[in-house]
Design a protein around this ligand. Structure first.
Ligand code: MSP
Length: 650
């Protein structure tokens, strides 16, 4: 069985934004990962080109719908090329290969009585392209978009969706991992508890001429969703290449946004049942991006254009950030500063630093070729165990589309790699002429870079390949991760420039766009709350302390190994921190308003290690974690470079 993955097909009424890029990058990462595994992989994306919204967009531009869709599908293709998206096929619903399938399916369902004609009266929302009942309306308006609705009474064709509702309920019960994540599955089960009605699947041409003509009645075109959903089958040869179709259907993963769960989980699944087919193995509904806390919308003028991000960073950091910042199933917020921070901390400081240190030291002291490793000593065995665990975690997590956690598994290993260099101190080995041990340490560090590059490559294909190239590997496979040692003794290394040069401030292109937006924005309403900057300025100055008093503090760098909510206080987290002692410490910290436990694991924090222990709401706390801000925490304090837990902060 092949690995078949799909994205929604995007409406061509607008330019692509980061929401569209998000699903497509996620699908690309999974496609690349499965190709690395050596699987027969097929990745489909495309554009949704019929329906009222598209027709109105064409009218607004004063061009024919066909000219409009031909032109507006291009920015999607161009963006995917810039983002290194390796789709195998790009379907457009105006293509003959798709239209033929839609007509064939309609005719077949009509012939078997699953499509019937009836008169329908109801409130119609042009925006949502669907009918609502009186009780659905909110203040007399479309309950989803809040826009005007019009009363329409007309004869239409209906798909007997209700006939397949029980089969669908059973399917969802029997396949707990069909709809993901769990919250969306529960949402679907709730929806299915109610009566599932039949679906109006035609629009009279008199009202909407832009669509696929119904094969049994030339007065009507097909409802855009019934048409669009069939792309997942028409593009992989349901009629033209049944053998290939049998290899690819049911799809392995259909990725969608949470807003189009019902159309996929209910309309599409029942359509498939009517066609004698089964739903995809997994239907994953991801969350939505907001921008600095606001819904992204044209009228808010806050739509983030992926092209701007690509101008500033190139494809890899953007791809990385989209999947690293938020859990795939959850909503998240975009801010330019967050992208810059993720770039600097994960890519420049952690991963880039590890690779550059290993390569430079080997270049300087060992002739720039892969050194041979000797027997394990020091912390070698721990490092290897950490690496193999990271590979196992990453693989398991990517199989279930947990992108953020898979990247975190990789970063745990990268940080361990940096710590290994601190602890084994190759510079000291070089200074005392212990070449045998120096070789082993640098070889082990280079292997961590190799494994990181492989794990990174589905997310950051250019940088992954660049790092593998520096290490002398041309054609990577996932099977190369089975062994810790994968480099060839004596192979030439290339040091070159750091992979991810650190960026001190926002890239000029981004800053210029932000300045321009600010200049255009209406003056902000006066805020009651003081901005963080003013608060800090006004914070009361404290009396001077002597240097001797300051010296009394034992401040240490610590790495968070676990964190959980405090059992008895919403404001507090119970954080476990490794500060280089025999056992990690437990510290109760008032940071829950700012951080979730998962945000902290693996982060370097600064701990006041000699604070008297205290019991805080029933939990013993052995120290304090430093943070910036007043009553409201603004950021935890951390270190500029990766350092070994326990290092003294002076
Ligand atoms: N044409 C339909 C899909 C038909 S599939 C047979 C459609 N198109 S869309 O262009 O409006 O949206 C496509 C996808 O983009 C949806 O999955 C939607 O969830 C996603 N996103 C749109 N805005 C988004 C965010 N702000 N954040 C994340 N994803 C978002 O619906």
């Amino acid at each position: 069985m092949a690995f078949y993955i799909t994205t929604p097909i995007y409406y061509v009424n607008d330019a692509p934004h980061i929401g569209h890029a998000y699903t497509t990058v996620a699908a690309d990462v999974l496609a690349r990962y499965h190709r690395l595994k050596g699987e027969d992989t097929w990745f489909l994306t495309g554009t949704d080109e019929h329906g009222q919204k598209v027709m109105e967009a064409a009218q607004a531009r004063g061009v024919s719908p066909q000219q409009h869709v031909d032109e507006l599908s291009q920015p999607y293709k161009a963006l995917w090329a810039r983002m290194n998206i390796t789709y195998d096929d790009f379907i457009r619903t105006t293509e003959p290969r798709h239209q033929a399938v839609v007509k064939r399916v309609l005719q077949e369902l009509f012939d078997k009585g699953d499509i019937f004609q009836d008169t329908y009266e109801g409130w119609y929302s042009v925006y949502e392209e669907r009918f609502f009942t009186e009780k659905d309306l909110v203040d007399g308006k479309d309950p989803l978009s809040g826009r005007e609705v019009e009363w329409i009474a007309e004869s239409n064709y209906f798909f007997r969706m209700g006939k397949y509702a029980d089969q669908l309920r059973q399917w969802v019960e029997d396949h707990p991992d069909f709809v993901q994540p769990e919250t969306r599955r529960n949402e679907l089960l709730g929806y299915l508890k109610k009566d599932v009605g039949d679906l109006c699947i035609s629009r009279p041409k008199a009202r909407l001429p832009w669509g696929i003509e119904m094969p049994f009645d030339a007065e009507y075109v097909t409802y855009v969703w019934f048409d669009a959903l069939l792309n997942y089958a028409s593009a992989v040869g349901i009629d033209s290449d049944p053998e290939r179709f049998a290899q690819l259907w049911p799809a392995s993963y259909q990725l969608i946004g949470k807003d189009i769960l019902t159309t996929h989980a209910v309309y599409w699944s029942t359509m498939l049942f009517a066609m004698g087919l089964t739903p995809a193995k997994h239907l994953y509904a991801h969350g939505w991006w907001t921008v600095e806390g606001q819904k992204m919308s044209k009228s808010m003028k806050n739509v983030v254009d992926p092209n701007l991000l690509l101008d500033a960073y190139g494809p890899d950091p953007v791809r990385y950030f989209l999947l690293r910042e938020i859990q795939f199933g959850a909503d998240g917020d975009f801010a330019h500063e967050k992208l810059l921070t993720a770039y600097n901390s994960d890519l420049a400081n952690d991963l880039g630093n590890l690779a550059h240190r290993g390569l430079s030291m080997t270049g300087n002291w060992l002739g720039g070729v892969v050194p041979e490793a000797g027997e394990d000593a020091g912390t070698d065995a721990d490092l290897k165990a950490t690496a193999m665990k990271a590979v196992a975690d990453y693989t398991r997590l990517l199989e279930e589309a947990s992108f953020k956690d898979a990247l975190e598994a990789m970063l745990v290993m990268v940080r361990a790699g940096n710590n290994y260099l601190q602890v084994e101190a190759p510079w000291a080995l070089n200074a005392k002429g212990d070449t045998a041990r120096l070789k082993t340490v640098l070889r082990n560090s280079l292997e961590i870079s190799r494994i990181s590059a492989l794990l990174l490559s589905p997310f950051c294909p250019d940088k992954g390949a660049e790092l593998l190239g520096k290490l002398g590997i041309a054609a990577p496979r996932l099977a190369d991760l089975q062994d810790f040692y994968g480099l060839s003794d004596g192979a030439a290394l290339e040091v070159g420039e750091p992979l991810f040069p650190r960026m001190k401030e926002l890239p000029p292109a981004i800053q210029a766009a932000l300045d321009e937006a600010k200049a255009k924005a209406p003056p902000a309403p006066k805020k009651k709350k003081k901005s963080p900057a003013t608060r800090t300025k006004k914070a009361k100055k404290k009396a001077p302390v002597s240097f001797d008093d300051f010296q009394k503090f034992d401040l240490r760098a610590g790495v968070v190994t676990a964190a959980e909510p405090h059992p008895d206080a919403d404001r507090l987290l119970v954080v476990t921190v490794d500060i280089g002692e025999a056992a990690p410490r437990t510290v109760v910290a008032g940071i829950a308003s700012k951080y979730a436990p998962a945000d902290l694991v693996g982060k370097t924090v600064i701990v006041v290690a000699n604070l008297e222990p205290a019991t805080i709401r029933g939990v013993d706390s052995q120290g304090m974690i430093l943070a910036a801000g007043g009553k409201a925490i603004e950021s935890l304090a951390t270190t500029f470079d990766a350092i070994v837990p326990g290092t003294v902060i002076r």
